[in-house]
Design a binder for this molecule. Sequence first.
Ligand code: HAM
Length: 408
Amino acid sequence: MAKLLRGFRDLFETEAQKLTKVERISRDIFKIYGVNELRLPTLELKEIFIKATGQTTDIVQKEMYAFEDGGGRLVAMRPEGTPGVARAYIENNFQANPVQKFFYIGNMFRAERPQAGRYREFEQIGVEYIGNASPAADAEVILMLKAIFDKLGVKNYKVKINSIGCKECRPKFREDLIKFFTLQKDSLCEKCQTRLEVNPLRVLDCKIDGPKFTQSAPKQVLCPSCQKHFDEVKKYLEGKVPFEVDPCLVRGLDYYTKTVFEFQADIAGAQNALAAGGRYDDLIASMGGPKVPAVGWALGAERVALASTFEEIKTKKVFVVSVEESSNSYAFNLLQDLRDNGFTAEGGLFDKNLKAQMKQANKIGADFAIIIGGNEVAKNTLLLKNLNSGKQKEIVYQDLFTALKEEK
Ligand code: HAM
């Protein structure tokens, strides 16, 4: 029997509608903030992710859907959007206009262990603000994300921020962590024992080991320039969004410099990271492009949809019923007329009898049925039935739109 792949999902009705709503609200906010859309391919050369996302990350080490294509090229289904944006920026000479804000909406692929809120194909909505080194850019993208969360009615979310320094100050922190954790090696989980040499920062955000060492692990000492940057980000955010500085927030991708952040919320049994991002001032140059600073984030659309509490504004739904063959064209024209006038209208089930058409009207939750037979065609009238109250009345065609607007 045909079967769905593990970690992949079919989405319909409410879930699909919720995702569309998250996209729509995000687009509204992007417009206000002057962010332009970028549509990028799902498949890229694998080396782009190895270079950008990072050789030592979980994503590159074991989560990519990568394969050799027919032409012998090693390709990968994108596990995240940032490397593709950086590639496009370089390849399309976007630096001709050095300060740019992009957003993307698209599916990403990671072969992670499936859980509630963690899928192998999921949707990200992401923003990349390229060309602005000011801490004001970090604050702006964080506030943009907050605006989306608020408009979607996400409740009780936490904003965590941290600075993981730069090429100048991070190596010392890394060394301190290696020294510290080597002494504790036996009490580290299996994963962290291997992470220790390659990516000691990740031990800090390990769910098992992180909390054990939150207090005792060495703290990052930022260089004066990173410290100033971080202080200013906090100053810009102060009073605009409640946030928490979390020294253990290090993020699982290699390209970050300075500011990193995460928006978290508890959603029944599911993953709590709803969105995350940070600054990546060295990435574009490291991929062969110009030295341009950048900062961005991506939200997990499914997780954000789960945490959203917005109420869908219900539009009135009309169902057009034709009772006999001679009334079919009149009914069909009316159906189109309703749609042309902005009503949500369904019908056209003219091969079914009156009872079956009415049953379908109820099934789709229609508020009104408009019933038309030969009589109505002759008189240019129709029967308007309010399916919520059960009341019906005969009205002339010309009065229909006004009547629909007035009816409760
Ligand atoms: P990330 O933290 O790997 O960052 O992913 C961002 C968000 O995508 C997460 O917070 C989560 O909501 C969602 N997400 C990740 N994996 C899954 C999954 N398996 N199932 C469902 N949702 C998931 C990035 O991807 C960076 N590119 C963000 C960024 C943009 N940084 C700078 N610019």
